[in-house]
Design a protein around this ligand. Sequence first.
Ligand code: ATP
Length: 233
Amino acid sequence: MAYIAFNDIVKTYQMGEISIQALDHAQFEIAQGELVCILGPSGAGKTTALNILGGMDTATSGQVLVDGVDITQLKNKALINYRRNDIGFVFQFYNLIQNLTALENVEMAVQLTKDSFSPAETLEKVGLAARQNNFPAQLSGGEQQRVAIARALAKNPKLLLCDEPTGALDYHTGKQILSLLVDTCRQEKITVIIITHNSAIGQIADKVIKFKNGRVEAIQKNDQPLAVEAIEW
Ligand SMILES: Nc1ncnc2c1ncn2[C@@H]1O[C@H](COP(=O)(O)OP(=O)(O)OP(=O)(O)O)[C@@H](O)[C@H]1O
């Protein structure tokens, strides 16, 4: 059985009289420890799929299996626990709490989590040992994204879900963040899923899932993913 199976997922948003079909029988599988890129044009359903996978949104129909559990069947408390313990999220604009330091941002995330890692050690791992007591406004964009990645990783999640993690960063900083995500996937054996508009980034992944109009248009497997240094855009 696949580690993650997104089976025949439909997601309809009802806006008054109008219904928007964000996902239209979308289907894919992901193996444990795989590095996956989700590509596709704006409005294709990428974020909706990631949010459903992370328990932040619910499917209208279909089944989402994660490590043997159908998360579409989880009710209130169980869904909250899934989100808290199993999922790390990384967003385009970091979503850090501005009046907490880097360390406090990470500490807050692990407070409610079981089996978490030390916040200080996790910040050290992402290269921010010296910046722990800085507030987000005192850090560069790349550093803020490192804090956000540390915040997600300190929870010791099964899945690291990243929505346009380099979208707000310059070329070099973006590459550094991608390297950190690749290293995390390879060294910690965490399944990492990255949404991007940038098809060049797909070359670093084990698998590329292409979305179009709410459907999975193509799935490509890379037997020899490229190193981040080897890709250009
Ligand atoms: N909460 C919502 N309520 C209503 N419609 C929504 C909601 N979230 C998403 N949609 C719609 O669902 C469709 C898919 O949106 P989604 O954000 O998943 O696309 P995307 O591929 O991530 O796009 P982008 O690359 O621009 O972020 C779009 O038409 C969007 O307007």
